[in-house]
Design a protein around this ligand. Structure first.
Ligand SMILES: [Zn+2]
Ligand SMILES: [Zn+2]
Length: 162
């Protein structure tokens, strides 16, 4: 399940191309990178580098592991992707063209559930104002167990008691 997209004037591919051109040493936009950006922006999800490499391999996209890691970093710098650090893993998701939202993270099945809450934004706005702090974004992740995993755990406990 994903939130409705925000309409943007530029495609992710052309925005990334612009970013690469703006670098001190203008960088080439390779066919591999183009393929990777297209692949990532086909659907919204939360993925880590290894998952992406597996998925791309399955889709017959040939790209080196080093290029994937390097390009992911650049996509974050370019404002196209957002990084979510959960314990030892780093997840990525679309930032460009996607609304601000928060996450519930299930530590059992690694599911990410998205939600939006105006109240959180109001508190952040207020705190920043109090500290005269200029915000450039935030990451808010609630860790725990999703309803499926919680149910499975309760059922298992019940079975253990019989
Ligand atoms: Zn779960
Ligand atoms: Zn998300």
């Amino acid at each position: 399940m994903s939130l409705p997209r925000i309409s943007v004037s530029q495609s992710p591919e052309s925005k990334f191309q612009e970013f690469l051109r703006s670098r001190p040493k203008s960088q080439r936009y390779t066919d591999q990178q183009r393929e990777m950006v297209r692949f990532i922006f086909e659907r919204h999800n939360h993925f880590d580098a290894e998952q992406l490499i597996d998925d791309m391999k399955r889709a017959k996209c040939s790209i080196s592991r080093a290029t994937v890691y390097r390009t992911l970093k650049k996509l974050v710098e370019a404002g196209l992707l957002r990084e979510l650090n959960v314990g030892p893993r780093t997840f990525y998701e679309h930032d460009y063209g996607y609304p601000q939202h928060e996450h519930l993270y299930c530590q059992q099945c690694q599911k990410m559930i998205e939600f939006q809450a105006d109240e959180i934004n109001k508190v952040i706005e207020q705190v920043c104002l109090e500290h005269n702090f200029q915000t450039q974004g935030h990451t808010f992740i609630i860790r725990g167990l999703c309803s499926d995993c919680n149910r499975a755990r309760v059922n298992k406990r019940r079975l253990d008691l019989i």
